[in-house]
Design a protein. Structure first.
Length: 338
């Protein structure tokens, strides 16, 4: 280790001061030149710290800290195994949809009653009785009534005599009654050759909305007439079925505590002249047509009834069973007598 001496040259002969600088980076405190001992291997002053020994101790501590990191390394593979569990949950949820599709696998039993030609007021009374029987449980299934009416005009909840185009005296002379009822719609005509289907259906039990039910009745008429080569359609603004600008089938229903009555009317072989005496369905400039007029020939009513029943089965998932009117009345009496 070299020692560099820096001596003052003051002429007043003050004691010269020497600063000793160690070339290994340590700086000693100031001393006089007289205190410096010329030696080739100088010793450190007593009390001077030995940094070399401290560095060696610090170097020993670092390896211990470095060994802490490997302990955390094995944790990473564990989270990778957690993702496999959520993947098995999705397969369970995917099996729920097929169960919903099997809610109505079996057709619902339903009575079908052929009444022939029946007076309108008599049929109206019968509907009220059947609705009451359906509500009190005397009848445990829905019912459709298939029939024709003698000539009659009926007014719905929105209908009035202002929709008649002829005088009351004219109707009396023709023997045509006008009846105000609770069904929806305006005014329409019923007569021989027109198939009327009254639907006593518990819509709440079927979880079927009114709009969906009306659409189903439209589908039944559409499928029935289009199967005979016609091209009928529906009109979103006016319930029923149409061929071009002419109306062929009408719908008007009512509800009583969730049970429907009234229903549809389909012009098969009916005389169309009485429709010209009214504004059909309250619509101006609308004319009516029939299956007979469009095909140019008469269609047996039994064939139309059979086709309509088949469409009821397929469209509303029914299992229709024919029953006579007397047998139906007898069944109601037996249930109520218990």
């Amino acid at each position: 280790m070299k020692i560099v001496k820096a001596m003052g040259t003051n002429t007043a002969k003050k004691p010269s001061v020497t600063t000793t600088v160690l070339t290994d980076g340590f700086k000693d405190q100031s001393v006089s030149s007289n205190q410096i001992q010329p030696t080739s291997n100088p010793q450190r002053a007593p009390g001077t710290p030995q940094p070399a020994t401290r560095n060696s101790q610090s170097a020993i501590r670092n390896p211990q800290r470095a060994t802490r990191n490997p302990k955390h390394a094995p944790r990473n593979p564990k989270p990778a195994t957690r993702n496999t569990q959520p993947a098995t949950r999705n397969t369970q949820r995917a099996t729920r949809n097929p169960q919903r599709a099997t809610r109505n696998p079996q057709p619902a039993p339903c009575f079908s009653v052929h009444l022939g030609v029946m007076d309108y007021n008599q049929a109206w009374k019968l509907q009220s009785e059947l609705v009451a029987a359906r509500l009190d449980g005397s009848i445990d299934r829905d019912i459709i009534l298939l029939l024709e009416h003698p000539a009659v005009f009926t007014l719905g909840r929105r209908g009035g005599r202002e929709y008649l185009q002829v005088a009351q005296s004219f109707l009396e002379q023709a023997g045509i009654a006008v009846v105000q009822v609770e069904r929806g719609g305006y005014i329409t005509y019923h007569g021989p050759g027109q198939l009327v289907v009254y639907t006593i259906f518990d819509l709440e039990a079927r979880r079927l909305g009114v709009k969906d039910f009306v659409a189903a009745l439209e589908d039944i008429m559409l499928q029935t007439v289009n199967a005979r080569g016609l091209e009928a359609r529906r009109d979103p603004a006016n319930p029923g079925i149409w061929i071009g600008p002419h109306k062929m089938g009408s719908i008007g229903i009512a509800l009583r505590k969730g049970v429907s009555f009234h229903g549809l009317s389909l012009n098969v072989n009916v005389d169309l002249e009485p429709f010209s005496w009214i504004q059909p369905c309250g619509l101006q400039g609308v004319s009516m047509t029939s299956v007979k007029r469009e095909l140019g020939r008469e269609i047996p009513m039994k064939a139309i009834c059979r086709a309509v029943k088949e469409e009821f089965n397929s469209t509303l998932n029914l299992a229709l069973a024919d029953i006579s009117y007397p047998d139906l009345q007898q069944q109601i009496r037996e249930v109520r007598s218990k």
